[in-house]
Design a protein. Structure first.
Length: 514
């Protein structure tokens, strides 16, 4: 199809715009064809005597109409994209909130999110924390996290050596990563029951892969570690890929969470020691019960720290924890862990074996009711354990220094190195088994739900069959009563008619003899 000549006059509105091609045939979609004279038109001879000005006017009108059609098409595309975006956003936020955000809290966050200079002027930290305690609207949670990160960066400047490399997200995506296989394996294990991530290599898994790949290239020391995928997944549910990448950098570098993912795992060991000391000080009976059955925190609490509770607990509860992580950092993880263990202390103490305790901590405890989640968050908001955590960290380093000063015997040094390597391998295997176990349990839960649906449908079908059988029996009884009312000769005629006709009422034809 030919396009209009470039030398053709255009109006100001039509300049530098891409025009739809004009058809040489007059049709309902060809404005110029509608304006030109048609064959067989009585006044075609008269109309054919047009001047150059007339044709310029015709082209002007045609161009205007084409521009309108183009605008309508672009508007339709924009509306379609908007509907798709709304559907994806609704799919992402498909989880139950711990507590509904009040109208006052929504209005407060609306003012803070639209305030001028919100990313350049520090706001009152106590006021921000009080607003956080009142609740966060689910639809604006991603924006709130971005605001909290900006405020934290305004108050705390990292030394240059601790800053992440200033590499653009899309530049990282163009590179190759050695962690590709490990990332691909974990995609299906990350929120396998959530609609956004459940489709194999769907939009959710592809976004998660891009985010994990980019971070593994940015932070070569940590690379990719199991647990990061759940943190990245929670971020993706509330914001775009690039925003999630920036927030992942904020959590890892600005809040220092990346230390627990380092290969030496020293930070994670310190955290396990701190949790043990908190249990000793706050819940002595539970601490003694764990010591009696040799239950160390790494058996149950390591996934809590590495995934920020996202691998085992309801998503609404996890999102609420993330609200406070953006303000307080890893201290919130200790608070939540301590509150959870304390609220279940009686039930845990009743478990009288190693297996039953571990099973309760990994299966029963994460299945929190709505009331338990609300109570846990309320306790977390009232706790302050920052001084204890600092003291326990110093205590850990003092104990480590004393052990290093005493040192092992020469004959035991090689044996100690082997034990440390074996211990590290066992911890890694334990984490992998925990992830697989969690994925298997979630799959079993999905299958059980499907089984319940099938059983429900089967029950309905059986009920329908019984109803049809009862209806059939009623019809048969009615027929018998009607037969009893007919005279014998009439009954004989009816039976003969049934013999001569088929089930559909048509007369049977006699088979032709060969």
């Amino acid at each position: 199809m030919n396009k209009p000549s470039a030398s053709m006059p255009h109006t100001d509105d039509a300049e530098n715009r891409e025009l739809l091609p004009l058809s040489p045939r007059a049709s309902s979609l060809d404005p110029l064809g509608q304006l030109l004279p048609q064959a067989g038109d009585p006044g075609s001879e008269k109309k054919s005597k047009r001047t150059a000005a007339d044709y310029r006017a015709l082209w002007k009108t045609a161009i205007h109409q084409q521009i309108l059609l183009l605008r309508m098409e672009k508007e339709n595309q924009r509306l379609e994209a908007s509907r798709d975006e709304l559907h994806i956003r609704k799919m992402k936020l498909n989880y139950q909130e711990v507590s509904e955000c009040s109208k006052d809290a929504q209005a407060l966050w609306e003012r803070k999110l639209t305030a001028p200079g919100r990313t350049t002027v520090p706001q009152d930290k106590e006021e921000m924390y009080r607003a956080l305690c009142q609740g966060v609207p689910k639809s604006r949670r991603g924006e709130v996290w971005l605001l909290l990160s900006h405020q934290h960066r305004l108050r705390h400047r990292l030394p240059p050596r601790q800053l992440a490399l200033d590499t653009h997200y899309h530049d990282l995506l163009k590179q190759l990563t050695a962690q590709q296989h490990a990332i691909l394996v974990d995609l299906g294990r990350t929120f396998p029951t959530h609609q956004y991530f459940s489709a194999q290599l769907g939009a959710g898994q592809l976004s998660l892969y891009n985010l994990l790949k980019a971070y593994s290239l940015l932070d070569t020391e940590v690379g990719y570690c199991q647990g990061i995928s759940f943190v990245a997944g929670v971020l993706l549910l509330h914001m775009s890929e690039e925003q999630a990448f920036d927030m992942l950098k904020f959590l890892m570098y600005d809040l220092g969470i990346r230390r627990q993912y380092r290969p030496d795992m020293v930070s994670l060991q310190i955290q396990m020691y701190q949790l043990t000391r908190l249990l000793h000080d706050y819940h002595r009976e539970l601490y003694n019960h764990f010591e009696e059955h040799e239950i160390c925190p790494s058996l149950y609490a390591a996934p809590w720290f590495l995934t920020l509770f996202a691998s085992q607990f309801p998503l609404g509860f996890v999102s609420r924890i993330f609200d406070f992580v953006f303000v307080e950092g890893t201290e919130v993880i200790f608070k939540v862990a301590l509150c959870l263990l304390g609220s279940h202390e009686g039930e845990i103490v009743e478990c009288d074996s190693f297996e039953s305790i571990v099973d309760y901590l990994k299966t029963t405890l994460p299945a929190l009711s709505h009331t338990q989640m609300e109570q846990t968050i309320a306790k977390v908001m009232e706790m302050d354990i920052s001084k204890q955590l600092q003291a326990y960290e110093v205590e850990y380093h003092v104990l480590q220094d004393e052990m290093l000063e005493s040192g092992p015997l020469p004959d035991d040094s090689e044996r100690l190195d082997k034990l440390e390597k074996t211990n590290a391998q066992l911890k890694k295997q334990n984490m992998e088994l925990l992830e697989k176990l969690q994925a298997a349990r979630q799959k079993i839960q999905t299958l059980e739900t499907s089984m319940e649906n099938f059983l429900s449908r089967e029950s309905k079908m059986k009920h329908m069959i019984r109803s049809l059988e009862q209806e059939r029996a009623a019809y048969q009884r009615t027929i018998e009563r009607m037969r009893s009312c007919l005279p014998p000769d009439a009954l004989t005629d009816v039976e003969m008619t049934q013999i001569k006709t088929g089930p559909n009422g048509k007369a049977k034809t006699a088979a032709k003899k060969p």
